[in-house]
Design a protein around this ligand. Structure first.
Ligand code: CP
Length: 334
């Protein structure tokens, strides 16, 4: 078990070894048990985490804030409008100043082509851990919680588990690709048989796919289909979720013509919903997962998300335990 984490950044799960992720999961299970029994676990007394949210959040914000409180510390819930970065203050100055006042800087910035670079710039200047609360490329906190719930339902050895990560239709907003990207990176490292189903207009980033293919070399598998039904066939876990039509990635100009094309692509795939018929194509004991929030009636029917196969609330609860583990290890520990 790897035990030396103090001061480490958690920007992508890829930068933590498999042994380190195993330790984070072990600590998450321990903290969940202590939470369940009411055993105090003030591992970070008087420590401060600064949370900078460039976007909305329910699970991430509250798992971090409740988590640090339970660990004996405190969170500052910051948004750009509360900070001088709204007047152009640099990531460098922000990181140096906050480092001098507290013990970790956590940030969500999902703007395409900007988010991950912003976190990297914070990390360049910070003397305390930078914790990624979701960027344009990765959502490592979600990935960890997903692994935890999978181990709870299928046992610690996840090798060979058939998982379908599927694109799904949604209209609330173009959801980041960071969730499926963190999932393919992590799940392949744990030896799972991962199938990604998505219309061709909604690819994942090529560099991440290549990295996940490398990860799969140690016993995992990563395959692709543009047929949602084929993706669901025999799957033991299905994770159908929208992600934006950022097919252009580097070519994205935010032009009206591109936006129109993206909307047309979205409407073409309106039938990509997780419903009872599709669930029947999967293994009879299949589990339904979603990072949430879900577009009910679009990504998934109420019958499925509220049904016996759904484990979305266990998955969401694990955001608390895994966030606490990451903070306890990087802000405290040894
Ligand atoms: N899954 C997730 O990150 O949820 P929030 O956007 O509510 O934080």
């Amino acid at each position: 078990m790897q035990t030396i984490f103090r001061g480490r950044h958690f920007i992508s799960e890829q930068e933590w070894t498999r042994e380190e992720i195993d330790t984070a999961l072990e600590v998450s299970f321990d903290l969940k048990r202590r939470f369940a029994t009411g055993e105090p676990h003030r591992l970070l007394p008087d420590k401060t985490v600064f949370m900078m949210f460039f976007e909305q959040s329910t699970r991430t914000r509250n798992s971090m804030e409740a988590g640090i409180t339970q660990l004996g510390g405190h969170a500052h819930d910051l948004t750009p409008d509360k900070m001088q970065l709204s007047h152009g203050e640099s990531a460098k100055d922000t990181a140096i100043i906050l480092s001098r006042m507290g013990h970790a800087i956590a940030c969500r910035n999902c703007f395409y082509g900007i988010g991950n670079e912003y976190l990297r710039e914070l990390a360049r200047w910070s003397t305390v851990p930078i914790l990624n609360l979701q960027c344009d490329v990765y959502h490592p906190m979600q990935g960890l919680a997903d692994l935890m719930v999978m181990q709870e339902k299928f046992g610690r050895d996840l090798r060979g588990l058939k998982v379908c990560i599927s694109w799904a239709y949604a209209t609330s907003h173009a959801k980041p690709v960071s969730v499926p990207q963190s999932q393919i990176l992590l799940f392949t490292r744990y030896g799972m048989d991962v199938r990604v189903a998505a219309p061709k207009e909604f690819p994942l980033q090529q560099a991440i796919v290549e990295q996940a293919q490398q990860n799969a070399r140690h016993g995992g598998r990563l395959t692709f289909t543009d047929d949602m039904d084929a993706g669901f066939e025999g799957a033991q876990i299905v994770i159908p979720k929208n992600w934006g039509g950022f097919a252009w990635f580097d070519k994205w100009e935010d032009s009206e013509a591109q936006k129109k094309e993206m909307k047309a692509n979205l409407e073409k795939s309106k039938g990509w919903i997780c419903d009872a018929r599709r669930m029947k194509l999967a293994d009879k004991h299949v589990k339904y997962m979603h990072a949430l929030p879900a577009d009910r009636g679009k990504e998934v029917t109420d019958e499925v998300i509220d049904g016996p196969h759904s484990i979305v609330y266990d998955e969401a609860e694990n955001r608390l335990h895994t966030a606490k583990a990451v903070m306890a290890l990087t802000m405290g520990g040894r």
